[in-house]
Ligand binder design. Structure first.
Ligand SMILES: CCCCCCCC/C=C\CCCCCCCC(=O)SCCNC(=O)CCNC(=O)[C@H](O)C(C)(C)COP(=O)(O)OP(=O)(O)OC[C@H]1O[C@@H](n2cnc3c(N)ncnc32)[C@H](O)[C@@H]1OP(=O)(O)O
Length: 197
């Protein structure tokens, strides 16, 4: 895949817009799995990332760095910040394109340190698509949507079939995931706001 010095997205990628059933601007996205380290509420030490669709159909996620997330004293661990971007970028692809997808490649530039207590505002956008490959990028700003840039990341996600998870994952956990997704879909339909008019 491209290194940062090469073109992004690659020349064979075509522009991609949201799926007709993508959540509308202003929609707050629910966690995709309660036990997900990135967004799940059942993971006490997890990132508890929260995401919403912005007016321009980017996805804005927030993540507050806690003591549990340190690398150096008082500063966020870099790998954990990459994890936050993995989640934010994956959520962008999954929710906007309504497709099961996994990270194939993730590259992260660390521009400035992220102190414990700060909130990272991650704005992610779809950059292009080529077959099963979706290119997506994001930048993370400190403490505000227009705060100083602390990180930039871009990633390749590959669309997979459900068999990816049933073959490699844990059947009990998949069943729990399925039930949560169904309950959320029913609740969203009742709210009537997660589908574009
Ligand atoms: C109706 C449904 C609605 C759904 C709605 C969803 C809403 C929910 C929202 C949100 C949820 C998501 C939030 C999650 C966030 C976290 C995500 C993660 O952390 S995922 C875990 C980490 N990632 C893995 O574990 C993958 C491990 N890797 C693999 O399983 C395979 O390598 C895989 C699937 C990525 C590709 O394997 P192959 O056999 O299927 O396909 P091949 O042919 O190898 O690759 C496809 C294309 O991609 C390129 N490719 C693959 N890996 C590449 C790489 N590392 N660099 C560059 N290109 C790569 C290949 O060259 C190929 O390109 P060419 O089609 O030939 O042009």
């Amino acid at each position: 895949m491209s290194s940062r010095t090469e073109n992004w997205p690659p020349a064979d990628a075509e522009p991609v817009g949201p799926h007709p059933d993508a959540p509308a601007p202003g929609t707050e996205l629910s966690e995709h799995y309660a036990e997900c380290f990135g967004c799940g509420h059942e993971v006490e030490l997890g990132l508890h990332l929260r995401s919403a669709v912005a007016d321009d159909m980017s996805v804005v996620s927030t993540f507050t760095v806690r003591k549990d997330h340190q690398g150096a004293p008082g500063l966020a661990h870099g790998g954990l910040l990459a994890c936050a971007f993995d989640e934010a970028l994956g959520s962008t692809v999954g929710n906007l394109l309504r497709t099961p997808t996994v990270t194939a490649r993730l590259e992260t530039d660390f521009v400035r340190p992220v102190p414990v207590g700060s909130t990272l505002h991650i704005a992610a956008r779809l950059d292009g698509r080529s077959g099963r490959k979706t290119y997506v990028s994001a930048e993370g700003r400190l403490d505000a949507d227009d705060g100083p840039v602390a990180l930039r990341a871009r990633a390749l996600f590959v669309t997979v079939g459900v068999d990816h998870f049933t073959t490699h994952g844990d059947p009990d956990a998949i069943e729990k995931f399925r039930q949560t997704a169904e309950a959320e879909a029913a609740a969203a339909e009742q709210r009537g706001w997660d589908v574009n008019p």
